[in-house]
Write a protein that binds this ligand. Structure first.
Ligand SMILES: Nc1ncnc2c1ncn2[C@@H]1O[C@H](COP(=O)(O)OP(=O)(O)O)[C@@H](O)[C@H]1O
Ligand SMILES: [Mg+2]
Length: 314
């Protein structure tokens, strides 16, 4: 049985890392490490830096639980290294990780697969001064985002043309490609997916109206409602398109799909997170708990999905 064979292996919980979401990752990693120890696994924390390959060899890590967010953790790079080293790892493959972290590439695939996503345009950093706002034809309000970042870093809501250039420059600080997306006026919801099964939907209601870094990680700044208060038909539709997004992008294990609804309550996928936050108060564990899956069980299920994906062609 997989569980007993995993109990004999040395598991490294890879956390921290080099991205701007380092602090959140440390919180996620510590919670996972504690849960795995409680479940009887031999797990040790591994703070990821440039010498990670050497460290994994020295510590004789046999399975990697990836608890990293953002670049070098959620973007396929560490996954590629683990594939080469032959160390099975949790979560999505190199390709799925890279696609999901790159919001423009992810949206191109969602469009192709007819998964609803807000209308969008994109441009390169060097086009900002030269061509914007001429290049943008979507009507206001808009949301401007760096192609690859998380935790709402570098994102602005733009209500008037005069604000556009500043928002583009701000996003351009974080990535050379910039996404400009139609602003959706409805509710914000998120759907956790665990091994191809959508979990109950969580509705996110930030007190400030914008789910930014502060609202995401400060206690009491955001209200979370499970299950989301949306009509049954739209609820099921949101779960269905979230699962389709997960599958279209080739995700494995768990993910959290962020959506916004329009004024009529129709859901649109805005963001697929292949390594969602996993502190005891994060959203994926909250949704899992609602269907009776404890934090420890969730961590264990994710762990037991660890594999090498290149071999199987996935
Ligand atoms: N198209 C949109 N319409 C309205 N709000 C949006 C839109 N896109 C993003 N947001 C807001 O910005 C937040 C962060 O955007 P998201 O695309 O999820 O990026 P991140 O990777 O930083 O989580 C969302 O949680 C939501 O509150
Ligand atoms: Mg998001």
């Amino acid at each position: 049985m997989k569980e007993s064979s995993f109990k004999k292996k040395k598991i490294g919980v890879l956390m921290g890392g080099l991205s701007r979401e380092r602090e959140i990752s440390l919180r996620t990693g510590k919670a996972i490490h504690k849960a795995l120890l409680e479940k009887g696994y031999t797990a040790c924390p591994v703070d990821v830096s440039r010498d990670i390959a050497e460290r994994l060899m020295k510590e004789k890590i046999e399975i990697a639980f990836i608890a990293l967010h953002g670049r070098y953790g959620e973007d396929g790079t560490i996954q590629g290294m683990l594939e080469l080293m032959g160390i099975p790892y949790t979560g999505s493959s190199v390709l799925a990780s890279a696609l999901c972290l790159h919001k423009i590439m992810a949206k191109k695939i969602l469009l192709h697969e007819k998964v609803p996503t807000p209308p969008f345009e994109f441009l390169k950093r060097e086009e900002v001064e030269r061509e914007a706002p001429r290049k943008i034809s979507l009507p206001f309000p808009l949301v401007v985002k760096p192609a690859q970042e998380g935790s709402t870093i570098g994102i602005s809501i733009v209500r008037r043309e005069e604000e556009l250039l500043r928002a583009l420059k701000e996003a351009g600080k974080y990535d050379e490609e910039i996404l400009v997306e139609a602003f959706m006026k409805g509710k914000e919801i998120t759907v956790g997916i665990l091994n191809d099964i959508p979990l109950p939907i969580i509705e996110i209601a930030p007190r400030s109206g914008f789910y930014d870094y502060h609202s995401k990680y400060t206690k009491g700044e955001t209200e979370y409602i499970v299950p989301a208060r949306i009509p049954r038909e739209k609820y099921l539709h949101a779960q269905e398109i979230s699962l389709r997004a997960f599958q279209a992008l080739g995700c494995s294990g768990c993910a959290r799909v962020d959506l916004m609804t329009d004024e009529e309550g129709n859901p649109f996928v805005i963001d697929v997170n292949t390594m969602p936050g996993m502190t005891e108060t994060s959203l994926l564990p909250k949704a899992a708990e609602y269907v009776g899956i404890s934090f420890g069980e969730l961590a264990e299920r994710i762990l037991l999905g660890a594999s090498l994906k290149t071999e199987s062609g996935k």
